[in-house]
Every structure is written in C-alpha cells, then in structure tokens.
Ligand binder design. Structure first.
Ligand code: SAH
Length: 250
C-alpha cells in the first residue's frame, strides 16, 4: 500500500494524527522537498529510506514507490499542504493503478487554511462573500481558457491565489480589470505557519510593491477580498430568532 499523505502547510505539528502515524510506520518516504518541513522526517524509523522528490522525475518517483510496494514495504508519498491542490497526484495514482499497486490518501491542512489562521480571517462572511475561488496565475503551467483571474474577479468573491508570488503586478492588473476596486483589501502570506512566516496586509493595487519591499517571490499565498476588512452581517445560525434542528428561535 502506498499512502499519499498531506504534510500540512509548514509547522511540524500541523500534520494529521493519521499522517504522523503513517510516517512513523513507513519503510520508504518520498517527500516534496521544496515545501515540506524536513522536521517531519524526525518521526520516521531509523532504517526508513528517504527520497526528496524535488530532484526526481515522475518516472523515478514511481520506480521508488512501485518497487518499494512490490517488496512489501510501507511507502509514504509526502505532499505539502493537502495533496488535492496543485499536488500532481493524479498522474501518480493513475500510474500506480496501472502497475497494480493500491494506494490511499490521507488529507492534510492546506496552506490556504494555514494562511486564514495566520490572518485570523474567515473567508466566507455573510453579506460579503460566500464563496472562495482557489486559483493561480498562468505560469509555465497554463490555466484553461475561461478560468482567467479576470473572469473570477468579476464575482468579487474571496480569492486565494497559489503559485503566483512572482507575478503580482500582473495579478493586480488582472484583478482590477476583472472588477475588484484597487483598494480592495489583500494580503500576502509567506510561509504560512512556518517559523519565518510573514503576514503582509495591503490592497489589490499594492500587491507587487509590498512583495518587492519584503523580497517575496515564492512560497506565498495571495488572499483578496472584502472579508479581510470591513463590515459583515451576523450569522443567521446563531441568531436568537433563528430556529434550527437543535434550537427553537424566539
Ligand atoms: N498542496 C499545497 C499546494 C502546493 S502548490 C497546499 O494544499 O497548500 C505550492 C504553492 O502553494 C506555493 O507556490 C504557494 O503558493 C502555496 N504554499 C504552499 N505552502 C505554503 C505556505 N506555508 N505558505 C504560503 N503559501 C504556501
């Protein structure tokens, strides 16, 4: 069995209990070295073999996982955050299936949750935004037509932009061209939940300048939307007049 495990956003103790147990039991760990906190590897067995996938191709990673599993080893593929976002896991799962190797996924805390905690933010505020758009700028990996930042910005919902810290002037332009006011609150969260985390609040127009001033070009999330500042409506659920399955309103 190969386990895909979400390592969490950075802090060593933000892996799930299940993920930690799987790491402790693993004979082979292949971890995404560019973003996974190496402190997590302290919990592995002494004889565990560790591979850093930052230096490997998909074919090499599959080789390690498939050979390991076929030799009866417990294999963990450790991905940053939650594997379901920008994890390149589907291609690994499909190849494992083809090779007759079974696998399971252990979710993790995504960096977008880590960033919300660092910002003390609620992404979904009544009367402000009830949706979160998770997206990225097109880079070396293109974004399908119809998913432009500009088109999502027209909704003025909360946006969390991954993999785009090096393109923030362009991001600002796209956001404003789409419909966000230039003074819409925004934030750059660099290395959310790591010891050297930086939380920088600014506006949509100031994103590029703020990142430049603090030397941020990668490992950051951009959060945009009026949920970061200003007014909102109180929740209906906890309103004294609201009746639910559990409570009668007055
Ligand atoms: N699966 C991961 C995302 C991997 S893509 C997750 O769920 O978080 C890599 C991108 O994620 C980075 O370029 C950056 O935009 C973001 N990222 C990952 N960890 C981060 C962190 N601790 N703080 C801020 N952004 C992070």
């Amino acid at each position: 069995m190969v386990w895909f495990v979400g390592a969490g956003p950075g802090a060593e103790d933000l892996i799930t209990v299940r993920g930690r147990r799987l790491l402790e039991e693993a004979d082979i760990v292949v971890y995404a070295g560019s973003l996974v906190n190496e402190g997590l590897l302290k919990n592995v067995k002494k004889e565990c073999r560790i591979y850093n996938s930052a230096y490997m191709t998909l074919e090499e990673i599959l080789d390690v996982m498939i050979c390991g599993e076929k030799c009866g080893k417990r294999v963990v593929r450790l991905h940053t955050g939650d594997p379901c976002l920008y994890g390149a896991v589907r291609e690994q799962m499909d190849a494992l299936k083809e090779a007759g190797v079974s696998y399971k996924i252990c979710p993790g805390v995504s960096s977008f949750s880590g960033a919300a905690a660092s910002l003390e933010a609620e992404y979904t505020l009544p009367g402000v935004s009830q949706s979160v758009v998770i997206t990225r700028m097109a880079g070396r990996t293109p974004v399908p037509k119809g998913e432009s930042i500009r088109s999502f910005a027209a909704h003025r919902a909360t946006m969390v932009v991954f993999l785009s810290a090096g393109m923030l002037d362009e991001l600002s332009e796209e956001l404003t061209a789409g419909g966000y006011e230039p003074d819409t609150p925004a934030a750059i969260v660099y290395k959310a939940t790591w010891p050297d985390e930086k939380v920088l609040r600014c506006t949509v127009a100031e994103l590029g300048g703020t990142a430049k001033k603090h030397g941020i070009t990668k490992t950051a999330l951009i959060i945009v939307g009026n949920v970061l500042e200003g007014t909102y409506e109180r929740s209906r659920l906890y309103h004294p007049q609201f009746t639910t399955e559990f409570r009668t309103g007055n």
